[in-house]
Design a binder for this molecule. Structure first.
Ligand code: WT7
Length: 635
């Protein structure tokens, strides 16, 4: 069947868009646009890019002369911040709300119009410049979910510095490694972050981390919690003190950037070794994020958008910070999580702010489902018109609950499959596409996906295989910062010319894609991407541990949970206390999100003859499944 059509009678459980949804949708003819983009990839993306403002137009849309180092909008001059803020200031959007923020305890609400956002970002940028931050410098940002994290990111982009945001759920080791790798001169942090009523000591963690980071010259500290933190003279500066200085005031010009100039790096876990610094650029990233958010979540001026992701992950970068601003939308940002202090905290916000489009992760849906329908039913959710899901496969049961209890069977669910590396949605419906619970439907306009066997041949329909992408796209990662060889090796060498996603998937008789999971050693805990290598190296840094292996096992709420297998050093004996100590050790050093669910003490780890741990065998054994091909197992 044609990739650009939907058969009138699809197989299985299908949800067709209602006439009202089609009526409201900006894009009614999915097929026509899919066909156009397939036939004229560059034409499609040029048209999207023309909806944004460029200081100087590009000479060439796509340069693929040096694959896999693709370039987009070659010769174009732009700055993503010009399109996120500056261009709105000359229109009626100037006084429109860009951001509404509510604190975890609900006691504070802060709102920023586009005009006010420009003031905040300009001030932040003036301060960065006064601190000596220059175009191309790396700046690490380690702050919780407060407006200042957005100001900090945009301020970096405005002056051409490269931001590297580290999720506030990570701790000392993770932060240190990322600062060292990026060679940041400045770290922006806060005195603390609130999480479920408790304070996460961001400043103390930063102090600990930068003891071994000689590149760091300054630390800029945002006051959030107000509790006392140590400040080192000449190195640490309160942000509010600097705001009072004359240099902070006044206009700050938005730097003219080349379309291919770096915008940010974001660390993500891969199969082996240390996390990879995924590099995104001003021009192509901007166009991809803008276009995908426009077509998939259909944001219009009257919408109120809520993406629950943290800015510390790609979802936050693309669809909490940059995307909605590129579209001139109003975003809501909430400091807290879904169930604190009550399981209707989120629904209270939907009701209070009249959220129209809501984007979250399956793990949040599952954790809310547990508390039953009474909590959401107490709230008026009738403002919602579209829902979204991201981060891991959504199980059909959670999908149906989300659809009926939250969306009242009125709101289509956009199950968006993508990655840190892709920058934007890659396999996703749009509001007018017929949905199947658990499937992201088809590739986005201009994209083509395939499912391959080990040898690189497409698998028969219905069978599982390696998911690859066939076409370049503007917001694709440009490289792994500082390690271009690893970029080529990791993504483009298994099947030359095809982008390896690291996921396994199957395609059904209607051409719909179903993501199964990672094929590498990445664990998805509550949608957060963690590498076995990081967890294992954290464990072996404990004096009792000689060797360790980490795997992900299915978990009802988290999707996957971390299980570790530990071989103790001579002189240490297994005990429940030691198991608990090791769990805390990982949480303290790597971050609470990496805390293992279970610690198993073993006498031996299954290894290949060349000494590699066979996590696949551990996984099979733990689940009581067949061990598969174990011919490479030692002895
Ligand atoms: C991995 C990427 C970019 C979104 C946030 C996560 C999994 C992501 C889906 C989905 C099934 C999904 C994949 C992918 N994933 N979205 N809708 N359905 N799986 O970004 O941390 O880079 O993780 O998340 O396994 O490879 P990330």
């Amino acid at each position: 069947m044609n990739d650009n059509t939907f058969s009138p009678s699809l197989h299985g459980e299908v949800y067709y868009p209602s006439p009202q949804v089609v009526e409201q949708a900006r894009l009614k003819d999915w097929q026509a646009l899919a066909e156009f983009a397939e036939q004229d990839l560059e034409g499609f993306w040029a048209r999207e890019a023309e909806e944004l403002e460029w200081f100087q137009k590009w000479e060439k849309v796509l340069d693929d002369s040096n694959k896999p180092f693709f370039k987009w909008f070659v010769g174009g001059k732009v700055n993503i911040v010009h399109n996120c803020i500056d261009r709105h200031l000359t229109t009626a959007r100037k006084n429109k709300l860009a951001l509404i923020w509510e604190s975890e305890d609900g006691k504070q609400v802060r709102t920023f119009s586009y005009y006010a956002l420009n003031r905040e970002v300009s001030r932040f940028a003036n301060i960065l410049k006064a601190m000596g931050v220059r175009k191309g410098d790396r700046v690490t940002i380690y702050i919780g979910r407060i407006p200042e994290i957005i100001f900090a990111m945009l301020a970096c982009a405005k002056i051409g510095a490269i931001h590297s945001v580290v999720f506030a759920g990570f701790s000392v080791d993770a932060l240190r490694g990322r600062i060292q790798d990026s060679q940041s001169r400045l770290v922006i942090t806060a005195d603390g972050a609130y999480q479920n009523g408790k304070i996460v000591e961001l400043k103390r963690i930063t102090d600990e981390a930068i003891k071994e980071c000689p590149s760091v010259e300054n630390v800029l500290v945002i006051r959030r919690t107000g509790h006392e933190v140590p400040m080192e003279a000449n190195r640490d500066h309160w942000y509010h003190d600097l705001c009072a200085l004359p240099v902070a005031n006044g206009k700050c010009p938005t730097e003219v950037m080349d379309a291919e100039d770096p915008l940010f790096i974001l660390y993500t876990s891969g199969s082996t070794g240390k996390p990879k610094a995924i590099l995104h650029v001003h021009g192509g990233y901007m166009v991809g994020v803008y276009s995908s958010l426009k077509y998939v979540f259909d944001l219009k001026d009257e919408d109120r958008w809520w993406c629950t992701a943290d800015p510390g992950w790609i979802t936050g970068h693309s669809y909490l910070v940059y995307g909605p601003l590129l579209l001139g939308a109003t975003s809501f940002m909430f400091e807290g999580g879904p169930v604190y202090p009550y399981p209707d905290r989120w629904w209270q916000c939907v009701e209070h702010y009249g959220i129209t489009v809501f984007y979250t992760a399956p793990t949040a849906i599952r954790s809310l489902m547990r508390f039953g329908e009474a909590w959401p039913n107490r709230r008026d959710l009738s403002s919602l018109r579209l829902l979204g899901s991201v981060g891991e496969p959504i199980n059909p049961e959670a999908w149906r609950w989300y659809y009926s209890v939250i969306g009242k069977e009125r709101c289509p669910i956009m199950d968006t499959w993508w990655q840190t590396e892709t920058g934007m949605f890659m396999i996703t419906p749009t509001p007018v596409v017929p949905l199947k619970p658990g499937s992201g439907t088809r590739p986005f306009f201009g994209q083509k996906a395939e499912i391959l066997d080990e040898a690189g041949n497409p698998v028969p329909q219905g069978q599982e295989g390696y998911l690859v992408l066939l076409r370049p796209w503007p917001s694709m990662l440009r490289t792994i910062y500082g390690d271009p060889e690893r970029y080529v090796q990791q993504y483009w060498s298994k099947y030359p010319g095809k982008y390896l996603t690291g996921d396994s998937a199957r395609q059904d008789e209607d051409g719909y894609f179903w993501i199964i999971g990672r094929t590498d050693d990445v664990i998805k805990v509550s949608g957060h991407r963690l590498g076995t290598a990081e967890i294992e190296s954290s464990l072996v840094s404990h004096p009792a541990v000689a060797e360790a292996a980490a795997i992900g096992l299915p978990h009802e709420i988290k999707g996957q949970a971390i299980h570790v297998f530990v071989l103790l050093r001579v002189g240490f004996a297994p005990s429940p206390e030691l198991a608990e100590e090791l769990r805390q050790h990982v949480a303290k050093h790597l971050g609470p999100i990496a805390r293992p669910e279970a610690v198993n003490f073993v006498d031996k780890l299954p290894k290949t003859r060349s000494g590699k741990i066979m996590r696949r065998v551990l996984r099979a054994r733990a689940q009581g499944l067949p061990e598969g091909d174990i011919s490479t197992l030692e002895e």
